[in-house]
Design a protein around this ligand. Structure first.
Ligand SMILES: C[S@@+](CC[C@H](N)C(=O)[O-])C[C@H]1O[C@@H](n2cnc3c(N)ncnc32)[C@H](O)[C@@H]1O
Length: 266
């Protein structure tokens, strides 16, 4: 599996020159939902490239090993829960355009509770649309999920089925903020979104691998417990508790990220 990538030059120019992102690492248990524009620009320069790399590599590995299920599709629909500035969406789009040339249209619903992040995501997507030949219809959903009641409302709002459902480094914030009180956030998200997957669809959950000071548990252990409780069929995952990916761009060479990821099918 490829784990070491370069951010494409045009994307580097878009985030660092056009949008004026900064490279600047933050602490663990961070909650981006509360961040203002300055903080989100730091996020864009630091974590967007990492999420891009993780998604590009994971989708590449998955499509490579499941080509027969995906190669005939011409149109796919995607739901990203907690998309932020959308690094993973761009990484997924690049993997799709390289490995699944039959796909000519991609419908995306990108949900996030931070408006500043969504504004930057929309700017990035304008640039992406100029660079790849696939027609992309991205719709942002500026929705903040405060508790289980909001999650159930979202359930009734999402009427369509998706080929891809993903969430990158967002569920950890639900744990830190105790959105679902002390219950397992991974289990609730999986139970809620799995029924929204198409028959041959896939759900990808990616998260940080730190010890969470609020739940007092290692997040990958919590993720596995939650997915087991939700009866998830995990078809591909990182070995052990985490995997390291590296991304190089104009502000940093071989910047490392460490995540846990699981791919679930129906
Ligand atoms: C660490 S960021 C990850 C962003 C993006 N997925 C990525 O990998 O670059 C977590 C995202 O989840 C969003 N988020 C956290 N809690 C949320 C909530 N309660 N409702 C909606 N969005 C939330 C934040 O606004 C933030 O954009």
């Amino acid at each position: 599996m490829v784990t070491d990538v370069y951010l494409p030059k045009w994307l580097d120019k878009c985030i660092f020159t056009k949008l004026k992102a900064n490279y600047c690492c933050s602490n663990s248990d961070m909650t981006v939902i509360d961040w203002d524009k300055k903080d989100v620009l730091n996020y864009l320069g630091t974590y967007f490239p990492r999420s891009y790399a993780e998604a590009y590599c994971i989708f590449h590995a998955y499509f490579d090993s499941h080509l027969q299920d995906w190669t005939d599709k011409e149109k796919i629909s995607v739901f990203d829960f907690g998309c932020g500035t959308g690094g993973e969406i761009v990484g997924m789009l690049m993997a799709v355009s390289e490995l699944l040339p039959n796909i000519n249209t991609i419908d995306i619903i990108a949900l996030d509770g931070n408006q500043e992040a969504l504004r930057l995501f929309e700017q990035v997507m304008k640039e992406v649309a100029l660079r790849i030949s696939t027609t992309i219809k991205a719709q942002v959903a500026p929705i903040r999920i405060d508790d289980l009641y909001d999650l159930s409302l979202l359930d009734s709002l999402l009427t369509n089925d998706f080929d891809i459902i993903m969430s990158f480094k967002a569920i950890c914030e639900f744990v830190t903020k105790e959105r679902f009180e002390k219950q397992n956030a991974y289990e609730h998200i999986a139970r809620s979104f799995l029924p929204k997957l198409k028959e041959n669809g896939m759900m990808l959950l990616v998260d940080v691998t730190t010890y969470n000071n609020v739940s007092q548990e290692w997040l990958p252990i919590m993720m596995d417990k939650g997915l087991k409780e939700a009866d998830c069929n995990i078809v591909l995952a990182n070995a052990d508790y985490n995997q390291i990916f590296t991304v190089s761009h104009s502000k940093r060479k071989r910047d490392k990220s460490k995540v846990a990821w699981r791919i679930i099918e129906k």
